[in-house]
Design a protein around this ligand. Structure first.
Ligand code: SAM
Length: 260
């Protein structure tokens, strides 16, 4: 490990503070019955804590230069998988767990949102306790009408209940990043809306926010015929911006736009 060269392209900002690592596991509510998925083992500091507390840990790491170090830790309950997490089919990841699993990870910054979106698709996901850039955590937790409210806030509400459990200063990482972080906890509680397909709804919400300052008429006009949506929706709604709509209002809008 002494000659290890940190790779910025992989978002390698490692943690070593034992109190903080324990706090992350506590925020996740890990017990001896819990199965855990970690993305980004790094040098294994968080993995080691999880290994002690959980029933089972599956930990992905893209950087093969870390393989010897990780395998030398001799962790009893952990299976390391070396490769890009994004290349794995979620169905294959699910097969690595007997029951529901919790995600606990200090996520690489450059790929936080794609990882979260991929995880949301799993029906076996119970919760996420993840270290992310503070601004991303704030966006996810933002409420309707707030400055940070965007498609990610709506989708997070669609899939569960989010809260920031603690703010983590940049000085806690090595090498030190240029931003502060936060631990975000999301309890998965899929909202059941009849006739709403997750994937299609996701695209719809992203389209509504495509140009944040524009009205829904402008944004929806890019994916539907303007005349068609004018027939389906009232003027007042079309003059609103996406940031003014709650999750329930998005669902209603989605349904109206997609009925024949
Ligand atoms: N868990 C360690 C810690 O807290 O010290 C490391 C966290 S570091 C922020 C993120 C880790 O994710 C790095 O080790 C990096 O190599 C790894 N990583 C980056 N992209 C990845 C990907 N697509 N799949 C799997 N691991 C990835």
């Amino acid at each position: 490990m002494s000659e290890f060269v940190f790779k910025k392209k992989y978002g390698q900002n490692f943690l070593s503070d034992k109190n903080l690592l324990n706090a992350i596991a506590d925020d996740a509510g890990i017990t001896k019955d819990t199965e855990v998925l970690e993305i980004g083992a790094g040098a294994g500091s968080l993995t080691s804590v999880l290994d002690e507390k959980a029933k089972k840990v599956v930990s992905f790491e893209i950087d093969k230069d870390l393989q010897d170090k990780l395998e030398s830790l001799g962790l009893k309950n952990t299976k390391f998988v070396f490769g890009d997490f994004m290349d794995f089919d979620m169905a294959d990841v699910e097969k690595m767990f007997k029951s529901k699993f919790k995600v606990v990870a200090n996520l690489p910054y450059y790929i936080t949102t794609p990882i979260i979106m991929k995880l949301f698709k799993s029906k076996k996901l119970e919760s996420l306790t993840i270290m992310v850039q503070k601004e991303v955590a704030e966006r996810i937790c933002a409420q309707t009408g707030e400055k940070d409210y965007g498609s990610l806030s709506v989708l997070a509400k669609f899939y569960g209940e989010s809260k920031i459990t603690r703010i983590v200063k940049r000085q806690m990482f090595f090498p030190q990043p240029n931003v502060d972080s936060a631990i975000l906890h999301i309890d998965i509680d899929r909202k059941k809306f009849d006739g709403v397909d997750d994937e299609e709804f996701l695209k719809f919400v992203q389209n509504c926010f495509a140009m944040k300052r524009k009205t829904l008429l402008n944004n929806l006009g890019k994916i539907y015929q303007k005349e068609e949506i004018k027939n389906k929706l009232d003027e007042k709604t079309l003059a609103k911006r996406a940031e003014a709509l709650s999750l329930e209002e998005f669902v209603e809008l989605y349904k109206k736009c997609n009925t024949k």
